[in-house]
Design a protein around this ligand. Structure first.
Ligand code: HEC
Length: 109
């Protein structure tokens, strides 16, 4: 094998591994961002969305994605009347709501 062939194989491997590690880094940063958003809900809805006063402050853990997104959009638009959530929901865009929905849907009840 010519040294130049070896060099191009090495640089191809290096490029590939850099690509995958930056993709993994981006994924974990996204995960951290979502965890951070979900953590702000814990004061009222409990750690990991498990409420200690289910009812007055509903549990979010295990809530179905579609229902969650619908409620957040309804709070945002004012279609669902609320004491607090209409204000909080306005702070999140559609993608963030989807990400938070997926986070809570994945938590066990
Ligand atoms: C200060 C307390 C508080 C915080 C913080 C809070 N919530 Fe709420 N949440 C409530 C209350 C109270 C309700 C009942 C509706 C209302 O009166 O606002 C509610 C209701 C909900 C519902 C509807 C549940 C159902 O069973 O229909 C969802 C979904 C929800 N919250 C999501 C969130 C998310 C996501 C966050 C974090 C980004 C969050 N909440 C942060 C107090 C809070």
């Amino acid at each position: 094998m010519k040294p130049s062939t070896l060099t191009s194989i090495c640089s191809a491997l290096l490029t590939t591994s850099l690509f995958f590690s930056s993709a993994a880094l981006a994924a974990s940063q996204q995960e951290l961002a979502t965890n951070g958003m979900a953590a702000t809900c814990a004061n009222c809805h409990g750690t990991f969305g498990k409420s200690i006063q289910d009812g007055a402050l509903p549990s979010l853990a295990g809530m179905k994605n579609d229902y969650f997104i619908e409620q957040m959009q309804a709070f945002k638009s004012g279609a669902r009347k609320a004491t607090i959530m209409h204000q909080l929901a306005k702070g999140y865009n559609d993608q963030q709501i989807k990400d938070i929905a997926a986070y809570f849907a994945a938590q066990s009840r």
